[in-house]
Design a protein around this ligand. Sequence first.
Ligand SMILES: NC(=O)c1ccc[n+]([C@@H]2O[C@H](COP(=O)([O-])OP(=O)(O)OC[C@H]3O[C@@H](n4cnc5c(N)ncnc54)[C@H](O)[C@@H]3O)[C@@H](O)[C@H]2O)c1
Length: 357
Amino acid sequence: LVSPKFNDLSATGMAKPVGPVNLQALMPRALISTNVESFRLVFSPDVRRSLANRVEGADRFYTPAELREDPDLLAEVEFLFTSWRGPKLDEAFLIAAPRLRAVFHAAGSVRQMVTPAFWSRGIPITSAQEANGLPVGDFAYAQVALSLKGYWRLAREYRGLGSIPRGHKEGTGLHQAVVGIISLGSSARRLLKRLACHQLEILAYDPYVTPEMARRLGVTLTSLEDIFDRSHVVSCHAPLNEATEGIVTADLLSRLQPRATFINTARGRVVDNPALFVLLQQRPDLTALLDVTDPEPLPADSPAWSLPNLIVSPHIAGSIGNECSQLGEAMVDEFDRFLAGQPMLGAIDELAAAMAT
Ligand SMILES: NC(=O)c1ccc[n+]([C@@H]2O[C@H](COP(=O)([O-])OP(=O)(O)OC[C@H]3O[C@@H](n4cnc5c(N)ncnc54)[C@H](O)[C@@H]3O)[C@@H](O)[C@H]2O)c1
């Protein structure tokens, strides 16, 4: 499972310590645990080099299975760096890691890793959720921009038509349109930053955002009904929790403006997917762009695949490829804050972990 290529310091261009003083021996002891692919993408050579300047143990990674097989590997570990497919921080893990001081999760949600045993020990944990929101916001911006141009609808109307679709210059374009945003977390705030160079009316729904925060973000807080009634594009960024499951109901979806687009880059279960698929069949003027579905993946025989006005992407809005190293870089910055005694920007407590997936 452990590729020697990725566990070899020399393969990353990192110099091994030389001279009479082994500086690494004086550094805090860290351990990276994730799978092969996450290690390669998230803990890029640059990230590993940065870590190697700060901790001992940044030269290789262990899969959660390897740690279960040999818990002694955790005996001296003070700092744990993880990413997707990281280890479960349960009682057995924590007993094996008695010196653990902090966990740095170079990915989004920590929900799959944390346990009551972990929270009861009060060990700080931080994640790169903010950094992971950036590519989601960029992705949503691209989809909103093309939606306001009528791109998705016109591209399907043009296919095989032999003439220019009627009314192809109608619509709002990226000027003086209404954009609706559900939830104003990190991905939505990145989207807002991208939208700021256009003159648009932005409607938003987020029960935890105050009018003052909304003013600073340049959005008008309103109800979900108002958003679906008035927006040319609605982009969903709601985390999945008890309050948001199914929050985008059949009634809301049926309110969509003629030729509107609905975008979901958040979580499939926030939206009534069956109702959406029925609506798309009834209203070919609408477009839905789903990066997440319920279930996910959609079964091969799902009738949704034959809807021409539905585009489903395989959960790629978050970090992919080179973008992933930004997650590792964010955790190096958090490590520096922790050592300097400063608050960690992505620190998560039990309540915050339960609120977001
Ligand atoms: N498609 C992908 O590849 C991908 C990648 C990263 C994240 N995501 C998902 O995107 C979603 C949003 O991520 P984020 O990082 O922007 O979230 P975030 O945690 O930064 O923000 C969540 C926002 O939701 C708001 N919120 C909480 N409860 C709410 C409620 N009941 N109704 C409405 N809003 C509520 C909070 O106030 C907060 O502003 C998450 O579900 C996340 O899992 C998807």
